[in-house]
Structures are given as structure tokens and as C-alpha cells.
Design a protein around this ligand. Structure first.
Ligand code: ANZ
Length: 961
């Protein structure tokens, strides 16, 4: 819209223009805010409200909350927010109590890095960003309950993040009860002797340090020295997901080393089965469920002990999913970190056994040297790199032999990095004939192969003639008879069962389940995160801080950056930013444990980014509760389980598919712990999950491949030019770096927020990615202009609707639209809802006068999608209530029937009239209509009727006497 009014605007001073839209939108946003229009009442507590609303069916809708980045929003960001808002509005208008709010996920790396560069405290920049984003979002007219907003960096919020950490720290998983229980119950069991201590000594004889060690083996949050990804160049440890396939840091591309560092972990593995099983009852996209299942990676198999020849006390214990192939094991492999070949006493002999194949030694004089060199080489690689399918298999012989328990054969034990220490037992039996990795290794090292599963593809049973392993599950077992057990002739599944039984009877193995899921590394060497509510005493024992000392607020530090080191120096250890504040670190505290004030050292790591988003759904419910995490009645009201939602949870959670695993898995885990400990009735956070698509945008690049500002590109005859030079065009992401970002502010200024909302919803199905096209936005603006004109006289500003009943055709158009739009809104098909509203509006535009009932229905129909203009028109139509809580229009079924059928009316077999009737018309009604036709009356000429034959809906035959 240009600043100077056009001729059309002068003639029509009350036209729906960008300026008018802006005025309307600002007015209603203020109104909603002043009247708390979107406040959802709780059943009790400080947010309790109108009992009539509380008694309605309730819905809790959520978006994945934003990180308040300094770059602000582009039009891609609010796609999901607009959709959930439209959905929430639709539910308010269909009689629900709807909770919809939005907070901010505000701890994180960008603010910290900005702080390092500029010296601005991360809180300052983050809060500025939050304010900017709130302003951008407010302009979109999102109907959030503002009382329920928060940021994860608010001490009032992270107090509870810390409190939950302590709940997890203070509990253990009781396998028998299959749930978490307070650690005090476990202490009780040890103290009473009901449960034996690891070394059998009475609990009372254990020192405090020993007790703490025992309990750490059970706690759901525990510190351990497990190997982690240490990146000296960045000065921090990294999660596996932050390490590239080349074993370098995703950020900065620095080397990453496996180092043993004391770190906090969460025992999420205790919940592996429940996290897996409970997926079934969730209403989530199948693709996401599958990713979670794969991440958890449950494998059923067996553990088998292979004694080591010449070492009566040593055994190589393997995990296998193919115990049916035991007779085909021709060598063994240990992971490089395996304890049997670690420094110190090991099974590696002093010299190469006689007849050792030259290729097995790696050119080393002794097995000891070969193994040590190989271990060093492997330490420099990442797990991903080690497992890469295509790569050549490397390894060396350890000089040791193991004994295959099924046939007594001695098989050589190798060390090779394709076996990982972190999975199963860190050792495998290799069955080269039937496992592709073993096949490749055996070929490279000239190791024997034995076929024990008969190939069904005609390749024969001699593996030396094969090109690859035969890995089928559905085939008979061969070559598998030993002194104790024989499997020949059995199919794979039967053979597995038979061997497993035999192994347990012999005491050399058992059936086991193994998971790919690992415990969750929970510490980071960062500043901008939640401090741990943990202190260490002089013996190094970790203590939980009492409730009264929460929150542990982030202290001021001189330098926000983690200390970095020579990127290649693996022997360095991290120095956390919090550790630099000596006064904060060393404290004298009375923990209330009866031991009086003592000296403690604070934990100086911080929690990972994921922590704050692990429980935020609960905070929306009861945002100001300072006494408890959430009031149980309030939690049950919004999230409690019921028939359609067996584990409870949020009714709808909308966000990007990139959060398929980590965030959703972590949040599910916390939810289960809190449920087990009795704090919440739901055991799943999100009952229904919906992934919205992405808004994509064209990226224009010049001849050098550099992105040019998309807004300044011109199109000529299908080609694109920037400053006269031709540029290429490709669909890509939207963003500042690609110079194609369009902000909601620009679109709001040009057309208004209602147009932007409609356009985003009309672009296509919500779950599909779609290209942004600024030139197409005007289409939705025109829809609103026509709607406006249907209600308001543009010259006078007066309402122009007439007090009249709509004609038949209009009623049909109206109720057809109402019926369709209702279904589309309920099914989140906003694009087709917009199409149906447009169709109805176009019909109304053609009427000479617009009857009030149609105008009002149109306004109500569009209200969830374009709430400001709907409020304005509703008010102008003479209502003093907000449209937000008006009932959504309901269709009259009589007018909804879509097609009509032509009914032929005959008199004495001759066609006299044709009727357009509904396909489901009743016979009596059809007969009545037929007899009322003037042509029929004329043909009868007053004669008596002998018979009327009705074949609804197509034929009526009248037979006169
Ligand atoms: C013998 C065998 C024969 C195997 C055969 C497979 C096929 P999933 O299904 O992913 O759980 N394995 C076990 N631990 C390993 C480790 N730490 N590093 C690398 N590989 C390991 O895989 C289980 C199978 O992967 C196990 O079954 C083992 O090889 C291997 F025809 O044992 B199998």
C-alpha cells in the first residue's frame, strides 16, 4: 500500500486497506490483552476461574517453544504457531476450555558466544531478544494466555528444573516394581539387610564414601568417569550428536578425543522398555515413532562365555543376536578398549604363537606391541567412523585363543575397531559366513569361514566361493552338531531357542536383551545453563542441596568462555567458566543433615540445553506455584490420563520433525520419573504430536555462487536478474545468510496480520513444506477486502447487510461451507478450510444484498483464521461480545446434501416432469412432490389415481384409474 491514497481509496474511504487493517489489529490486540480474553481458568489455585468454563471439555495445545535468537523471526517461524492458534480458537468456539501459551527456551550457546564476543551478559542479550520476539508475535494476534508465559532462564523456572534434577538424583529404578522409587527406600533395604551390599559387608560398616559409591550405582542421576567426547579446541565435552563422522567437532571442526572425565549422567536406560512400549498408545507420526524405536534399539539375543585357552579364570563374553550360528564362529573380536587387553594383566601372550599368519601381526614383533599400537590408533577415531560400512576392516591378532563352548574348537582372538566397547559386551564371536562385517574381515585376514545356515539362493555351502555373507533368517541350520547340542535341520528361530536353553542349562550363557540407547551425558562446561544443585564435601561425596537453598542462581564470572586448549592436546582437561568464581565455588553450608555447617565445593558444570525443555509443559499449567512443581488437581485436569489418552499428556504438540529423538525422548523420560515418584498423573508429556512442514524460499545466486538479496531480483521471461546480471534460482531454506528472509513485520505492514495468517494457512497442507511467494500474499488480502465489502459499505462505513432470510441457493452454499469448514478445522486441514470460506465469500459477493445470517456465519467461520477482522465485523454487526467465545456455526443437514438427482415423473409411462431431489429423499416426500407438479395435474385431467409407483430417488410413475 502506498502512502498517498489512490483514487479508489478516496471514493471508498472505508475500504479494507493495510492502514485500516493495522488500526483494527492494534485495537483488538489491546482489547484482548486488557480483557484477558485468552485466559484459561484452572480448576483450583491462583489461576482458578469461571466454573462454567472449567466444566467444559478441556484441551491443552502446545507449540515447541522458540529460542529467542537475536536474528528475530522470519515468516517461516510462526507457521506452526498460527496453526495451533487457529486450532485453539476453533476449539474455544466449539465449547472447550483451551489452554494455549508460549514460553521461551532461553539458555543456549548463541547468547553465550555473543557474550564472549561482546562482553554483554547473556541474560541481557537474551531478555532483549525475548522482548523483540514477543513484540513480533503479539502482532500476529496469537491467542495465548499471557499469565502462563515464562523463560527457562527465569530463576523461578529453573528452581524447578533443579528440583527435578534432585528428584532424579534421589531415586533409583526398582526392577521388580518396574518404576523409580526414592533412594531412601534403597538405603532402608541395605540397612535392614534385605538387600546385600556389593561386597557383602553390613551397610553400617561402610564408610560414607563407600556408601555414596554404592548408591551412585543405583541413582537415576549419577556422576561417573565414563569415556566422553573431549574437544580441547572448544574446551568442552560434546554429545555424540555433536561429533562428525570424521571424529571432529561439528562446530569448529576440531579433533575430538575419548577421555575419561567425571561427568553427570541420567540413567535413561532404566526406562528403555517403557519408552519403547508406551510409544504404541501415542498419537504420533509413524516416522517419528520409528526413529525413537531405532534410537532405543532393542535387540534380543544371548550372552555366551568363551573360555580363554591357558587362562582358567578368563572368559570372553560376547553378545550375539545370532546364537543359532555358534557353530560358525571361527574367530573372536574384542573392542580396542576391552579390559581383557587393557594395560596391566591381560590375556595377551609375550610372543606370537607358532605359525601365526604374517598378516595378523601388523608387522609388530610381539602381540603386546601390536595390541598397544592398535589401541592407540583406534582411540583417535569416532564410533561413527569405526562403524562405517564401506571402510576396510583393520585389526591385529592378540596372540590369544578362545574355546568355542559348543564344539571345543580353539579360535583366534583379534582386536579390531569395528567392535565398539559401548555396545553389548564389547566383544563378539565372528561368524564370517553369515555376517557381512565379519565376512569382509575374514577375507582381509584369510580367516576360515564355515557355513551353518543353508543358503536358499543356490550359492552352495562353501563360503570360499561366495562374494558376500549369507545373512538370511529364514533357512535351515547345517553343520551344527556338537557333543552337547545339535541344531541341524532346525530353522533359525527354533535353533536360537534351543541353544539359549542349552547355554543356560550349562551355565555358560543366557538369553538377554540389549539396547542401543546409552545413558544421557548431562554435564556441559558452559556458563549459560542451569547450575547443578549439588555440592561436594571434603571427601568428594556429592550432596543434594536442600529445597530451601534453591534456586542455585548463576554467579557472575569474569569470562563466559570455556577455556580452550591446543586442539591436538588430548591430555588436557576442561576448565568450566563457573569454576573461576572462587567465592561462589567454595562455601560453608549447613545442609540440615544434623552435621552443622561444613565446607563444600559446588559443582561447576551446568546442565545441557535440553534440561529446560524436558518439563515445560507442566509449567504452563501452574506457572506461579512456588510451593510445588504443579498442583496435582490442576495437572490431572489438563493432562491426566483417560480412555482416549491412556498415558495422559498434552492434547496436541506442534513442532518441527528435527526434534524426533532427543528432546522428545528426554521429555518422555522426565515425565515417567515424575510420574513414578507420584508428582504427576500423566506418564507421557505429549499425547499427540504433529510435525508442520517448512516454509522454503527461493535462493538466488550470482555467477560466483554468492546469494544475492532475493527481494531485489527481477524476473523477465522466466529468467532472473539482479542488477542486470543473470542469477540462478533454487528452492532452499529461508534465512538471513541466504539473503531471502521475509519478516512477518514486512508482511503485516503491507497487508496486515490477518492476511499473513490466512496466507500461511492457505499455502498447502500443514505437514508439507511449501515455497514462500510474496506476490501471492495479495490473494488473501483480496479475500478479506471482499469479505469486508460484503458487510460494510465502503463509502459510508455503515453496515450494509439486510435483515432477510437467505435464498435457497445461498443457504446451500452456506451450509455446505459450514459443514466442510468444521470438518477441515477439526482435522487441521486449514488450507481447504480457507478454500471453502473463499468459495462461500465469492457466492455472497455476487448477491445484490447480503442477508445478515450469512454475513454473521461468514465472520464466525473465518474468526479462527483471521481473528482481528472477524472481531471488528462482529462488533460492527451489533454484537457486544467477543467473537472468541461465540459458538462456531453449525450446518443444517437438510442443505448440506451435495448433489441432487433428477427424478423422472411419468403418467401412464409417459414422462411429464423432471424434479431435482436429494439422493436420500423419502418415498412419501417424493410422491407428494411429483403429484404437486402442474404438468402432472394437467396430464391427469382430474382422473382418479389407481396406483403410484415410487422408485426413490429416480422415478415416480402415476397410473390413473
Ligand atoms: C554373531 C553373529 C552372526 C551376529 C551373524 C550377527 C550376524 P544388533 O542387532 O544391532 O543388536 N555385535 C555385538 N556387539 C557388538 C559390538 N560391541 N560392536 C560391533 N558389533 C557387535 O547387532 C547385534 C550383532 O552385532 C551381534 O550378533 C554381533 O554379531 C554384533 F550371522 O553375533 B552377531
Amino acid at each position: 500500500m502506498s502512502e498517498t491514497p489512490s483514487a479508489a481509496d478516496v471514493a471508498a474511504p472505508h475500504r479494507y486497506t493495510a492502514a485500516l487493517a493495522a488500526a483494527i489489529e492494534a485495537r483488538w490486540q489491546d482489547f484482548w490483552e486488557a480483557h484477558g480474553t485468552y485466559q484459561a481458568p484452572n480448576p483450583s489455585g491462583d489461576l482458578a476461574g469461571d466454573p462454567e468454563t472449567v466444566a467444559r471439555p478441556k484441551k491443552f495445545f502446545m507449540d515447541m517453544f522458540p529460542y529467542p535468537s537475536g536474528a528475530g523471526l522470519h515468516v517461516g517461524h510462526p507457521l506452526g504457531y498460527i496453526a495451533t492458534d487457529a486450532y485453539a480458537r476453533f476449539h474455544r468456539m466449539t465449547g472447550h476450555n483451551v489452554l494455549h501459551a508460549l514460553g521461551f527456551d532461553a539458555f543456549g550457546l548463541p547468547a553465550e558466544q555473543y557474550a564472549v564476543q561482546t562482553g554483554t551478559h547473556p541474560r541481557v542479550s537474551t531478555e532483549t531478544n525475548i522482548r523483540n520476539m514477543q513484540q513480533q508475535l503479539r502482532r500476529l494476534g496469537l491467542g495465548h494466555d499471557a499469565r502462563r508465559s515464562f523463560a527457562t532462564i527465569d530463576p523461578d523456572y529453573y528452581r524447578w528444573t533443579q528440583w527435578i534434577f534432585l528428584q532424579i538424583f534421589d531415586s533409583w529404578y526398582d526392577e521388580e516394581a518396574d518404576r523409580a522409587r526414592p533412594i531412601a527406600d534403597l538405603v532402608e533395604q541395605f540397612a535392614s539387610g534385605e538387600r546385600a551390599t556389593p561386597d557383602g559387608r553390613p551397610w553400617t560398616e561402610l564408610t560414607a564414601v563407600e556408601r555414596a559409591d554404592v548408591l551412585a550405582g543405583y541413582r537415576l542421576a549419577y556422576a561417573s568417569d565414563a569415556p566422553v567426547n573431549w574437544c580441547p579446541g572448544l574446551g568442552t565435552v560434546l554429545a555424540n550428536e555433536e561429533v562428525t563422522a570424521e571424529g571432529r567437532s561439528e562446530r569448529g571442526n576440531y579433533p575430538v578425543f575419548k577421555a575419561k572425565l567425571r561427568q553427570w549422567n541420567m540413567r535413561i536406560t532404566a526406562y528403555a522398555d517403557r519408552l519403547l512400549n508406551d510409544l504404541d498408545a501415542l498419537d504420533w507420526p509413524e516416522a517419528i515413532k520409528l526413529q525413537q524405536r531405532n534410537w532405543i534399539g532393542r535387540s534380543e539375543g544371548a550372552r555366551v562365555d568363551f573360555p580363554v585357552a591357558g587362562h582358567p579364570d578368563a572368559a570372553v563374553t560376547v553378545f550375539t543376536t545370532r546364537q543359532d550360528t555358534l557353530f560358525g564362529a571361527t574367530y573372536m573380536v574384542l573392542a580396542p578398549e576391552h579390559p581383557l587387553i587393557a594395560d596391566g594383566p591381560s590375556i595377551v601372550p609375550a610372543a606370537w604363537p607358532e605359525g601365526t599368519h604374517a598378516a595378523w601381526t601388523g608387522g609388530h614383533a610381539t602381540p603386546g606391541e601390536a595390541v598397544a599400537a592398535y589401541r592407540k590408533q583406534a582411540a583417535a577415531k569416532s564410533d561413527v567412523e569405526r562403524q562405517a560400512e564401506a571402510k576396510d576392516k583393520t585389526g591385529v591378532f592378540t596372540g590369544a585363543f578362545a574355546v568355542n563352548p559348543v564344539n571345543g574348537e580353539q579360535v583366534p582372538v583379534f582386536v579390531a575397531d569395528y567392535v565398539l566397547m559401548g555396545y553389548g559386551t564389547g566383544a563378539i564371536m565372528a561368524v564370517p559366513a553369515h555376517d557381512p562385517r565379519d565376512f569382509a574381515f575374514a577375507r582381509a585376514f584369510e580367516l576360515p569361514m564355515r557355513c551353518v545356515v543353508e543358503p536358499t539362493d543356490g550359492r552352495g555351502t562353501d563360503p570360499s566361493a561366495w562374494d558376500d555373507a549369507f545373512a538370511s533368517y529364514d533357512a535351515p541350520i547345517v553343520n551344527s552338531s556338537g557333543p552337547g547340542v545339535s541344531l541341524d535341520g532346525l530353522r533359525v528361530a527354533e535353533a536360537k531357542a534351543r541353544v539359549t536353553q542349552w547355554l543356560s542349562a550349562e551355565g555358560i550363557g543366557e538369553g538377554t536383551v540389549n539396547y542401543r540407547l546409552r545413558d544421557w551425558l548431562f554435564s556441559r562446561q558452559r556458563y549459560w545453563g542451569e547450575p547443578f544443585p549439588i555440592v561436594y564435601d571434603e571427601d568428594g561425596v556429592a550432596h543434594a542441596l536442600p529445597d530451601s537453598m534453591l534456586p542455585v542462581e548463576l554467579p557472575e564470572v569474569e569470562d563466559y568462555a570455556p577455556r580452550t586448549f591446543d586442539p591436538d592436546d588430548a591430555d588436557t582437561t576442561p576448565e568450566t567458566p563457573l569454576s573461576r568464581n572462587e567465592e561462589w565455588v567454595h562455601v560453608e553450608l549447613d545442609l540440615g543433615d544434623g552435621r552443622g555447617p561444613r565446607r563444600f565445593r559446588r559443582e561447576t558444570n551446568t546442565m545441557p540445553n535440553w534440561a529446560g525443555s524436558c518439563w515445560y509443559e507442566l509449567r504452563y499449567l501452574d506457572p506461579r506455584n512456588s510451593e510445588r512443581l504443579v498442583d496435582p488437581e490442576v495437572e490431572r485436569y489438563w493432562m491426566g490420563p483417560h480412555e482416549a489418552k491412556p498415558h495422559g499428556g498434552v492434547d496436541l504438540y506442534v513442532g518441527g520433525a528435527e526434534h524426533a529423538v532427543l528432546h522428545l525422548l528426554y521429555a518422555r523420560f522426565w515425565s515417567k520419573v515424575l510420574h513414578d515418584l507420584g508428582h504427576i498423573s500423566s506418564s507421557e508429556p505429549f499425547h499427540r504430536l504433529y510435525n508442520q512442514g517448512m516454509i522454503q524460499a527461493y535462493v538466488y545466486r550470482d555467477r560466483r555462487g554468492i546469494a544475492v538479496p532475493a527481494a531485489e531480483v527481477e524476473e523477465r521471461d522466466g529468467a532472473y536478474f539482479y542488477q542486470g546480471e543473470p542469477v540462478s534460482r533454487l528452492l532452499g531454506k529461508m534465512g538471513k545468510s541466504l539473503r531471502n528472509a521475509v519478516t512477518p513485520d514486512e508482511i503485516c505492514a503491507e497487508y496486515g496480520a490477518d492476511t499473513l495468517r490466512l496466507y500461511e494457512m492457505a499455502m498447502g497442507p500443514l505437514d508439507v513444506s511449501r515455497p514462500w511467494d510474496t506476490r501471492a500474499v495479495v490473494g488473501q488480502f483480496r479475500l478479506l477486502q471482499r469479505l469486508w465489502r460484503n458487510v460494510v459499505d465502503e463509502a459510508t462505513g455503515e453496515v450494509s447487510v439486510v435483515e432477510a432470510e437467505p435464498d435457497e441457493a445461498t443457504l446451500r452454499a452456506l451450509y455446505k461451507a459450514v459443514d466442510g469448514v468444521r470438518q477441515d478445522m477439526a482435522g487441521m486441514r486449514f488450507n481447504t478450510a480457507v478454500a471453502k470460506i473463499t468459495e462461500l465469500n465469492n457466492h455472497v459477493t455476487k448477491l445484490r444484498e447480503v442477508p445478515r445470517p450469512v454475513a454473521e456465519a461468514l465472520v464466525l467461520l473465518i474468526a479462527p483464521l483471521a481473528p482481528h477482522v472477524a472481531e471488528e465485523l462482529w462488533r460492527r454487526l451489533g454484537h457486544d461480545t467477543t467473537v472468541v467465545h461465540e459458538p462456531y456455526p453449525v450446518a443444517d443437514p437438510a442443505y448440506v446434501v451435495d448433489e441432487t438427482v433428477t427424478c423422472v415423473v411419468q403418467v401412464r409411462g409417459k414422462v411429464k416432469a423432471r424434479l431435482e431431489v436429494a439422493p436420500g429423499i423419502a418415498e412419501a416426500e417424493l410422491e407428494r412432490l411429483a403429484l404437486a407438479q402442474p404438468a402432472v395435474t394437467a396430464a391427469l385431467g382430474g382422473a382418479e389415481i389407481r396406483k403410484v409407483i415410487v422408485r426413490a430417488p429416480k422415478l415416480v410413475n402415476i397410473v390413473p384409474a
